[in-house]
Design a protein around this ligand. Structure first.
Ligand SMILES: Cc1ncc(COP(=O)(O)O)c(C=O)c1O
Length: 386
């Protein structure tokens, strides 16, 4: 990789994060402790949720949420196909069945029509994914959930922060789970947060993230408490750490500023690429705001002599890194075979997947780099036009 290569993503880590990590290392408390507790507090205040429980990944958070809802073997959970497989994988942990449905053209969020078709007597939960950062149709999803007595877990791995009808994502449905994975809009390397307004639910996830222990190590070893604890259930080792919280505390302070930087880049892409007839740009509905975690363009393949994968290689040779979000879940061999999925049932996701390329969008990407991405796209679409 040359120095000029534009990486698909780079975390926005400055001296503030580094100093806070060093201070944590010197503090004598590395695992879950005072910084984790402070981060949870600050996060719930930022989101506007009543409760927040930190975990070591979105995947762990989704698992704990399903556990707290009492998911049983044979139950069904509706999941959109346009997601990272973790959204579906957590359902397997219970011997339950993810019911993978197609998405809506344009936004690539879960299709309301497909949810309605997928509901059976066994359905217990819907997990809408806010694809690329744009909130799914939450009013319709929550109406369906109410009518059929289902729970809703929002997969907000991409949407910190995002807004649905003016309301910040994080306290609209029963539960919202965020990811702080390295490429996400708030990065702690690995990590996640479960937000809800339900105390009993929240308490269950809090205990089960740490072996089902009724007292955290922090409380057991600090001078405030005794060594004693009891186990209330067979829990998990899913806790966050103060080293991660050191990053999280600083990143959270600049999460709005980072959004503005991504918005600026998105606006440049939209302005400069709008006139290019060989690509389609992201479609954002009027009543919501995306986090711009991703900027996925789609190739107008009918007007080009080149396929998506070759286009990605050409971009790479011009010094532009990209990603693909996502290979739909139903196309992964394991899910296809174990759930006996038919490719024809997912026309929208299949068509999008052939065309999708996520181009770089992150704080720290300079206007010059953005101009180079734009120029490279124009150059290649012209070169490979029919
Ligand atoms: C939509 C979506 N859901 C869930 C996850 C899983 O997140 P984590 O890596 O924090 O478990 C990801 C991660 O890429 C994701 O993109």
């Amino acid at each position: 990789m040359t120095d000029n290569f534009i990486q698909f993503h780079k975390p926005y880590i400055n001296d503030d994060e580094i100093n806070e990590v060093v201070a944590t290392l010197k503090s004598g408390w590395l695992s879950m402790g005072p910084r984790t507790i402070q981060f949870e507090e600050n996060f719930k205040d930022y989101i506007g949720a009543d409760f927040s429980v930190s975990v070591n990944s979105w995947t762990a958070g989704g698992h704990l949420a399903l556990e707290a809802f009492g998911l049983q073997p044979g139950d069904e959970v509706i999941v959109p196909t346009m997601t990272f497989p973790a959204t579906a994988e957590i359902v397997y942990y219970f011997g339950a069945k993810p019911v993978i449905v197609d998405v809506e053209e344009g936004t690539f969020n879960i299709s309301i029509k497909e949810i309605e078709k997928a509901i059976t007597k066994k359905t217990k939960v819907i997990i809408p994914v806010h694809y690329a950062g744009q909130p799914a149709d939450l009013d319709e999803i929550n109406q369906i959930a109410k009518a059929y007595n289902l729970k809703v877990i929002e997969d907000a791995a991409h949407s910190l922060p995002a807004f649905y009808k003016g309301e910040k994502i994080g306290s609209i449905s029963d539960v919202t789970v965020f990811s702080f994975y390295a490429t996400k809009t708030l990065c702690t390397g690995e990590g996640g947060m479960i937000c809800s307004n339900n105390e009993e639910f929240s308490e269950r996830t809090r205990l089960m993230r740490m072996h089902g222990m009724n007292r955290d190590a922090w409380k057991r070893y600090s001078d405030a408490c005794s060594w004693y604890y009891e186990i209330i259930g067979p829990g998990f080792k899913y806790n966050f750490t103060d080293l991660q919280a050191a990053l999280g505390l600083v990143q959270l302070r600049k999460v709005d500023e980072m959004l503005e930087m991504r918005k600026h880049i998105a606006a440049l892409y939209t302005k400069e690429l709008r006139g290019n007839e060989y690509i389609y740009l992201p479609v954002i509905k009027d009543d919501r705001e995306t986090s711009w975690h991703l900027y996925p363009i789609r190739l107008n393949l009918e007007a080009l002599t080149i396929g998506r994968n070759d286009f990605i290689n050409e971009l790479k040779s011009l010094g532009v890194g990209t990603g693909v979000h996502f290979m739909p879940v139903h196309q992964h061999k394991f899910y296809k075979d174990s759930l006996l999925l038919q490719n024809n049932d997912y026309p929208v996701a299949n068509d999008a997947f052939e065309r999708l390329i996520s181009i770089p969008i992150y704080p720290g990407l300079t206007d010059n780099q953005v101009a180079k991405v734009i120029e490279s796209i124009h150059f290649l679409t012209k070169k490979f036009s029919r």
